[in-house]
Design a protein around this ligand. Structure first.
Ligand code: M6R
Length: 369
């Protein structure tokens, strides 16, 4: 049932192009518009939404953090993202016009379930983004958008994460579509790019051997840091989470702009630092800032592992290891940038002799609070 792979995680990483394509299937019509009738929240209701609140845990929370950039940019609706386990304890401000999105692969995560119950008690509509048909979270929500990743067995979430991102982009674009934001042309272009993205994920998977080699060479390290900006920041958090749970290594993700506010003190000779570089097109100011961050940490002896778009030559002089990803629109970059981090963590875990599919102390779905 592992389909010839040593671990479910490897199989699930490899299934990502299909999972992404399946999650888009039937949701974009021939004219390039989104058809999400399955949402069961009417266009009229969606036009009334004045605030989006996303609740989730772990990897699903990282998908939510990325969704915030997309939702706010394409719809101009304010969006908050909160760890489900914190949500109801701070007396959040919710009302009938708040749309709460609960993201969960399993649909059984107790923290997320309790957060959505709290939201419904306050009169808010809850939309679940879920991978498991008929599970508790979608059953208790007003509406559900299923991700079509297929069963995810490995404890570390991979293909479910990519499909959660796709579902979040679909919701964001759909909200933009029904509300007619000024980003009409951009939305059309992104829908086109999204429908091609599964090929780009496939291309990334074809070039992962150097990443595996690099991971093996770092098997005796104690710490790995991850830096990113904009949507690259949650990608950095996700890279660090994968490494913690699989390799049992100390790993932290930072917003690169925060380096100078403290974390740069951690940089020492030969410390591996993974940097997710935003596209030099689009928000190029951020690109240039992150290139200076790479220079700064390298000047202090860090071993820089740079994930950058194909054709971005500015990073070459400062990268000890360069991992190339295809060019994508800025907001979609996490779909390709996360894949090398999954492969990296999986290979490090293997090199350290860890149980890849069943990391110690963890369960696939956390049904206690
Ligand atoms: O089933 P869920 O998506 O609700 O699970 C949430 C987290 O427990 C989950 O993403 C966890 O962080 C993964 N093990 C990460 O790889």
């Amino acid at each position: 049932e592992k389909g010839g792979y040593d671990y479910f995680m490897l199989k699930e990483i490899a299934e990502q192009p299909k999972a992404v394509a399946d999650t888009l299937l039937g949701r974009i019509d021939a004219a390039g518009s989104l058809t999400l009738d399955e949402l069961r929240i009417s266009a009229a209701e969606l036009r009334e939404v004045d605030k989006v609140v996303i609740v989730a845990c772990g990897t699903a929370f990282h998908a939510g953090l990325i969704a915030k950039y997309a939702i706010e940019h394409w719809t101009r609706i304010p969006c908050e993202v909160e760890l489900a386990s914190e949500f109801r304890y701070r007396d959040p401000i919710l009302g009938a016009r708040s749309l709460v999105i609960a993201i969960s692969q399993s649909g059984e995560t107790m923290d997320t379930l309790m957060a959505l119950r709290h939201a419904r008690e306050q009169g808010s509509k809850v939309l679940a983004i879920c991978n498991t048909n008929g599970s508790t979270i979608p059953r208790e929500s007003d509406a559900v958008l299923y991700t079509h990743a297929g069963p995810e067995v490995a404890v570390a979430s991979t293909k479910a994460f990519l499909t959660q991102l796709v579902a979040c982009y679909l919701v964001a674009l759909y909200l933009g579509q029904v509300r007619g934001t000024k980003w009409g042309d951009e939305i059309q272009a992104v829908i086109r790019d999204l429908s091609r993205i599964s090929n780009e994920v496939e291309r990334v998977l074809e070039t992962m051997e150097p990443v595996r080699e690099l991971a093996r060479s770092l098997a005796d390290k104690k710490t790995v840091l991850f830096l990113g900006r904009h949507v690259g920041y949650p990608v950095a958090l996700e890279g660090a989470l994968k490494l913690k749970e699989l390799a049992y290594m100390h790993a932290e993700g930072f917003a690169a702009g925060e380096l100078k506010h403290g974390p740069i003190a951690l940089i020492e000779e030969d410390l591996p630092v993974v940097v997710v570089v935003p596209s030099p097109r689009g928000r190029s100011v951020l690109h240039d800032k992150i290139v200076s961050n790479i220079q700064e940490i390298r000047a202090r002896g860090a071993r820089t592992i740079v994930i950058a778009e194909e054709g971005d030559e500015t990073v070459v002089p400062y990268a000890d290891h360069l991992i190339r990803i295809p060019a994508t629109p800025t907001l979609l970059q996490p779909l390709v940038a996360t894949v090398p981090l999954q492969v990296f963590a999986c290979e490090l875990a293997t090199a350290r002799g860890n149980e890849v599919d069943q990391p110690r102390n963890l369960a696939k779905s956390v049904t206690v609070e």
